[in-house]
Design a protein. Structure first.
Length: 160
């Protein structure tokens, strides 16, 4: 069984580019801290087993790949997650309400998934959401020339 802190070998090294890191990064205790797989032609679904990193994973990015299927509700268990970047994939189905439990989430990008639907208004309601989300994109009503599949009253939208 290979240690997940060595997964970066599959991607031929971890890029130290501070704006576009690629690979798996671990903290000083050997726990998975970040998974960044940007524009890497990755396909398949998001594994619900990512929730096993609930006490350590702070950054998750699968931006610009061919990830398909639904967003697993188990991602709502990632208590330390600060960044969730799922931009430009092939995700479908409703955004799970369990994501509203991510009270440490600061940034989320879900735009560019033409079959993703549902509501993100749970992040907009201060009575329900106690997090510090300061940046979110999705394909919603205020995005010109983009299908409005996501309901979100507080999103910064992109036309992707």
């Amino acid at each position: 069984d290979q240690d997940e802190c060595r997964w970066f070998d599959v991607l031929e090294g971890f890029s130290e580019n501070e704006f576009y890191p690629i690979g798996v990064r671990c903290d000083d205790r050997g726990r998975v801290h970040a998974i960044h797989i940007w524009w890497n032609n990755m396909s398949g679904t998001i594994p619900p087993e990512l929730s096993y990193f609930a006490d350590s994973l702070e950054e998750l990015s699968f931006t610009g790949n061919a990830v398909s299927g639904t967003i697993p509700p188990e991602l709502g268990k990632l208590a330390e997650l600060r960044q969730l970047f799922l931009l430009e994939n092939c995700l479908s189905g409703d955004v799970p309400e369990s994501l509203f439990e991510l009270s440490n989430l600061e940034q989320a990008t879900l735009a560019g998934n033409s079959d993703l639907s549902g509501s993100l208004n749970g992040f907009c309601d201060g009575d329900k959401y106690r997090g510090d989300l300061n940046f979110m994109t999705a394909n919603c009503d205020s995005c010109p020339n983009s299908p409005a599949l996501i309901e979100c009253d507080c999103c910064i939208c992109c036309d992707i």
